[in-house]
Design a protein around this ligand. Structure first.
Ligand code: AHG
Ligand code: MN
Ligand code: MN
Length: 333
């Protein structure tokens, strides 16, 4: 293994291109990598840890928490709270924002995360992941809830870590998207997928078909046309994939293109979709756009949404640009 293509070296080299950079972001990304290595190790031990299954509690979204939702949340919080790089955190698993304990210095960034995405897959040994978003915070003082309510376009950094057959980190700081694979023996993320890009066209879509009757008309039309294949207006056959882990779907789209939809659902009009803006849609939207794809609600670019709540939900349509644009066009009709 060469030590010249580690995540650490990569982010230090990126930092050197910004002369005024203090190095805090570099250290913060390293801390997130440390937490995710620990999560990778924990989830890889599976049922040997005795930690699979439900915790018997609900999060703020009313979803039943898995034991590993709580354990991975604690790993993220305990790894990041004392480092002095953050002035606050938001987690899918915690109702209010998480302040930095009094005894630790406050830093200039905010971290928002989904500690275990796709956790319904944990008991069946399928791919899960951690999603994170970094925002600028109030330097040196405690954050308030309002400090987190920034548009996705203002993210400083976003990434996700995939715990699959291999553990990978996908990262952007606004200069393209790079993928790193964890060398489990050495304990380092190695740059294996530089400059990831999403093809503009695709013949693969990703949606939970069991919700079809609740979708909005634009999504009904789009999927119906895909399903008609060569006999319909698209004049080509489509393939379908649904892992039920957004991390796995977005990684697949970064690798070979595709379109992912978790649309508005007429059953829960008050909820505005299933996925959460601040720690699912925004970081994934930043990554997808940086890789040349698009990310929209169907009516609005995700990264332009002004958040009003740290746990708010949004419809998400992301992936290959020409397909996302087509779905947007159907919404405008
Ligand atoms: P989480 O496990 O963090 O709650 O997120 C699960 C999300 C997302 O990863 C996935 O795309 C979607 O929920 C799956 O939804 P269905 O269960 O409706 O298929
Ligand atoms: Mn999630
Ligand atoms: Mn989660």
């Amino acid at each position: 293994m060469s030590t010249h293509n580690t995540l650490t070296q990569f982010i230090i080299e990126q930092q050197r291109k910004v002369p005024e950079a203090s190095g805090d972001l570099t250290l913060l990304i390293n801390d997130i990598a440390t937490a995710c290595k620990c999560i990778s190790h924990t989830v890889s031990r599976g049922s040997m840890t005795g930690m699979l299954g439900s915790a018997g509690t609900e999060n703020v979204q009313g979803e039943t928490q898995k034991q590993l939702d709580i354990i991975t949340n604690d790993i993220m919080v305990e790894t990041l709270e004392w480092t002095g790089h953050l002035s606050g955190m938001v987690s899918e698993e915690v109702d209010d924002f998480i302040p930095i304990p009094e005894q630790y210095p406050k830093g200039k960034y905010l971290a928002l995360f989904d500690p275990l995405d796709g956790s319904s897959n944990i008991d069946i040994n399928l791919t899960v992941g951690t999603i994170f978003s970094i925002l600028a915070g109030p330097e040196g003082s405690d954050a308030s809830q309002d400090d987190f309510l920034q548009k996705g376009v203002d993210q400083v950094c976003a990434g996700f870590v995939l715990y699959g057959p291999s553990t990978m980190m996908i990262l952007t700081t606004g200069q393209g998207v790079n993928g790193f694979t964890l060398d489990q023996d050495v304990g380092e993320f190695i740059l294996t997928h530089p400059n990831m890009t999403i093809p503009e066209d695709t013949q693969e879509f990703s949606i939970n078909m069991s919700n079809q009757r609740f979708w909005e008309p634009a999504v009904q039309q789009y999927i119906d046309e895909c399903m008609q294949g060569t006999e319909g207006p698209r004049d080509k056959n489509f393939n379908m994939r649904w892992v039920a882990s957004m991390v796995a779907e977005v990684y697949r789209i970064l690798t070979r293109g595709g379109v992912f939809l978790y649309p508005l659902d007429s059953r829960d009009s008050g909820k505005q979709g299933k996925l959460r803006l601040m720690y699912e849609a925004n970081p994934m939207g930043f990554i997808v756009e940086q890789a040349g794809g698009s990310c929209s609600t169907g009516l609005q670019r995700i990264l332009d949404i002004q958040p009003t709540d740290i746990h708010q939900r949004v419809p998400v349509i992301l992936g290959s640009k020409n397909e996302v644009n087509r779905v947007i066009a159907y919404h405008q009709k």
